[in-house]
Design a protein around this ligand. Structure first.
Ligand SMILES: *Cc1c(COP(=O)(O)O)cnc(C)c1O
Ligand code: SF4
Length: 457
């Protein structure tokens, strides 16, 4: 065997026989991703062969209009047959709780549809785009943030959609980073994936391509040598894999991760913080340690989105902050993800962390560490701040129109104003004139929205 064929894996090698109740399936079939996809579980009868279903799960599985249920036999084999709170089981098994709406829920909680210049492309940030290339996944997570589009076998992206996405990118030179997601980008047929990656790589301004996927976790069998050969043609290619619980990192997943890492693909992990699954400092730390051992760098820990079906998985934000407190300092920096709220309405990812800066004066800042030790950093008095106007690199940079708070710090701009802020602050008796559509439906007409004359005298 060459080094390339022997992935440097850490776990025991996978078993020599498929697990119960698939023990009669030939191992070669069990290890074939096409067999896994063709034999996914989705009905009460399917699941009843593997686990002892609860009434709650049966009610969930039988509900009409449910977000798609489909689970690879491999993932189903990891479920605890007797424990309905099994973290593997809860992530894919619908229950009655999923059907209950909650107060703040939204269909498109991230406002992605509003940021789409062409179908499937979300251009939210200045220099990078999210490209939704498929609606299909290897299995379906009950808390999926894109359940509005994911799972529908009829709503597939076509060659013409890809053409329009590539065309937009070809004409948008500020994009240097393309993130392929979906659904699951590794679910598109191998030839189409190869073609798509090739077309992206042909655009000179696309510096990095990223793949967002849960396939190495739901369907590690898919990480074949053929797939690796395709992926490694398109470096620099990065991959973010969705992992929520240490039980997900099995011998099979270990092999798949080793192959990907050995192919030179930098691996990241995305984790969704969920009640009863990973809202525990011990379990979350174990997950992070296991990821790092497998050369996967934890990237984001997401606050669970306000999306229909996910209400019972949501935690408080305070829970996330306490978990970050339990990681930083206590373990390797490599094992610490960035905790983010993906802000509703297209606000994007906002990092949240405990306060470490306790106070400051003109010449010093007071900080505390993870142990509560408080100390002082004395700032230099002779530091000459960077001057962008005198910096050739800054002057050569293209203005991207999205300077944000960093722009306020750099000056000369002093404010960022909510829309129509100035109009609503005109202090005179003249009628306020808002542009059409600026006021919410049902509000009085603009002129009548004025403070009545008797109040102002
Ligand atoms: C998450 C996301 C990205 C990538 O953001 P990074 O912080 O660079 O990982 C890009 N576009 C959209 C719409 C996203 O949601
Ligand atoms: S793998 Fe990702 S896109 Fe697919 S169902 Fe799960 S969360 Fe949604």
């Amino acid at each position: 065997m060459t080094a390339q064929e022997t992935p440097t894996t850490l776990e025991e090698p996978p078993g020599t026989k498929p697990p119960r109740p698939w023990e009669d399936v030939p191992l070669s079939q069990w290890q074939d991703w096409r067999w896994q996809l063709a034999h996914r579980l989705n009905t009460v009868a399917d699941f009843a062969q593997v686990i002892r279903l609860t009434d709650d799960e049966i009610a969930g599985l039988s509900a009409p209009g449910l977000f798609r249920v489909d689970v690879t036999p491999y993932w189903a084999s990891l479920m605890d047959a007797d424990d309905p709170n099994c973290p593997i089981r809860r992530q894919i098994m619908p229950t009655a709780a999923e059907l209950r709406p909650f107060d703040a829920e939204m269909v498109d909680s991230l406002g992605e549809d509003a940021h789409s210049p062409v179908p499937g492309l979300v251009h939210r940030y200045p220099d990078r785009v999210l490209m939704l290339v498929t609606t299909q996944c290897a299995s379906y997570c009950r808390f999926c943030t894109r359940s509005r589009i994911v799972g529908n076998p009829e709503a597939q992206f076509s060659r013409a959609d890809y053409d329009r996405q590539i065309d937009y990118l070809a004409h948008t030179p500020q994009v240097r980073d393309v993130l392929l997601s979906g659904g699951d980008a590794l679910m598109i047929p191998p030839k189409i994936l190869d073609d798509l990656l090739g077309r992206l790589r042909a655009l000179p301004h696309i510096e990095i391509i990223r793949i967002g996927t849960r396939v190495p976790n739901f369907l590690p069998q898919r990480i074949t040598d053929d797939l690796i050969a395709v992926l490694r043609k398109y470096h620099p290619l990065w991959m973010n894999i969705h992992f929520n619980h240490p039980k997900e990192i099995t011998p099979e997943v270990s092999v798949a991760l080793a192959k990907l890492a050995d192919a030179g693909i930098p691996l990241g992990a995305q984790t969704v913080l969920m009640a009863g699954i990973n809202d525990c400092p011990t379990i979350l730390t174990e997950l992070m340690h296991k990821l790092v051992r497998h050369r996967v760098r934890p990237y984001y820990l997401y606050q669970c989105d306000m999306v229909h079906g996910a209400g019972h998985f949501r935690t408080s934000v305070a829970t996330g902050i306490a978990l970050m407190e339990a990681l930083r300092g206590h373990t390797s920096g490599y094992a610490i993800p960035i905790y983010v709220i993906d802000a509703p309405q297209g606000g994007g990812k906002v990092p949240i962390l405990p306060n470490y800066l306790i106070s400051q004066a003109h010449d010093r800042v007071v900080v505390r560490n993870f142990e509560g030790f408080i100390s002082t950093y004395v700032q230099p008095s002779d530091y000459k701040p960077h001057d962008p106007a005198a910096c050739p690199a800054c002057r050569a940079r293209l203005y991207d129109g999205q300077e944000g708070v960093a722009g306020l710090l750099a000056g000369p701009q002093l404010t960022i104003e909510p829309e129509h802020w100035r109009i609503s602050h005109q202090r005179s008796t003249a009628p306020l004139v808002f542009p059409p559509g600026a006021l919410p439906d049902g509000w009085p007409a603009a002129a009548e929205a004025r403070i009545p004359a008797e109040v102002t005298g």
